[in-house]
Design a protein around this ligand. Sequence first.
Ligand SMILES: C[S@@+](CC[C@H](N)C(=O)[O-])C[C@H]1O[C@@H](n2cnc3c(N)ncnc32)[C@H](O)[C@@H]1O
Length: 500
Amino acid sequence: MPAPDSSQPRRPHGRSGPRGSQRSLQRPSERAKHAEPARLAAYTLLRAVDEGAYANLEFPAIIRRHRLDSRDAAFATELAFGTLRMQGFYDAVIERAASRPTAKIDSGVLDVLRLGAHQLLGMRVPSHAAADQTVGLARTVSGAGASGFVNAVMRRVSERTRDEWLTEVVPEGGSTAALAVEYSHPEWVVTAMRGALLAGGRANADTVDGELRELLDSDNTPAKVSLVARPGLATVEELVDAGATASTTSPFGAVLEHGEPGAIAAIRDRRAAVQDEGSQLLAAALAMAPVDDDVPKRWLDLCAGPGGKSGVLGALAVEAGADLVAVEISEHRADLVRSTLEPVISLADAAGRRVDVRTADGREVGEAEPAAYGRVLVDAPCTGLGALRRRPEARWRRQPSDLVQLGPLQRDLLRSALDAVAPGGLVGYATCSPHPAETTFVVRDVLKRRDDVEVVDARELFRDASGAVLHDLGDGPGVQLWPHVHGTDAMFFTLLRKTR
Ligand SMILES: C[S@@+](CC[C@H](N)C(=O)[O-])C[C@H]1O[C@@H](n2cnc3c(N)ncnc32)[C@H](O)[C@@H]1O
């Protein structure tokens, strides 16, 4: 437990405290005595994430445990997820306000302060309520001793607006370090994103700064809820009738602005699902790309868990009169694929086709079944740097060393896929990361040692809901989607044809 900071509050530069109020000067003993359930739930999630939990997986159970109604659950979600995303910026603010490094603040108390900072600087919570409730939370979870310290820090945070704090804590000059604080990303991720925008041809030296800001900002904006109607099992119209809006990006897609996906019958029946539109587009691109008639009507998803893309691929395989084998190395995730694919398997059975799920190592399939498949998807395990808007804590957990670890696996899986595909057949290599170390470098390294593969221009295959080629796909031949450009995750896709 940190001792309450007894130093004098720093006088803010410029005008002081538009948010400061009489209430915020109250002593802790006069504050809310107990934490509200929604704030307690948000705090519980932050503590669980600190211990390694995944926010998206953990929060539904926490919401149930705290018996939050839908309004409180929405508030708690915005509070917890927003706090996790903006933690880098808030920590810089808290360090200033507390006059000590965050490493010197008890981690539970720090989480209370982060939640308080988000209410003050990132949500429209009135400052007196934010301060009262944060001190009440500190009292409940950390004891009366901490609440004095929290009270003092909250008072200082409330003395400035968000913009004033940005001026105060963001280094001048727009450097990588400055963007890291302003957009709350680790510095190495900012550097990596800048490199990805330049390497993929999305930006040049003149435009990269603006593009980078838009990209980082999109990571801080929660993704809309995108739905997919699995072809042959559900229709976009069915999702629209259930309250969604038809997607303009994906021919199978819809967007749910309000309400719970689980309230839609097609989702409950797994004929439809929640899925990023970029994932829908790339599964469709692989399925629709032209091949000769003698290429085997047997498709393979080499990294299938939990089954999102297999759901689209399997449904399109049945439409094309083909079979699908979905491979996943993890037993648990293979079970998820089985569950996801249940209706697709029934659809295939009824059409006299097969959709199989195997728990296996995708690296071994190429040797075990050479030239056996006509279309192969390698949706490689990756850092997920292209989906940071969906996973609020992921940016803090990922490390540059992950790239080093994943590289050999990504290359082995692509090699195996190329061995497993028949002459004339296609391999789609995909990642939900735009990092060149996981995208173009992997493809380049694998192709360097082979003379039986050609790269196909994939852009023509990315068709929006109107049937037109998707806008802003760059110079090809690979496709890099971007959240700030296409509204999808930053998915990468390269299409390769086995020539002999
Ligand atoms: C990016 S995820 C795939 C997501 C999936 N395609 C979807 O759309 O739902 C990568 C998956 O590959 C699996 N994986 C990792 N190593 C593998 C291997 N050697 N063989 C097969 N699957 C592997 C991981 O367990 C993970 O489920």
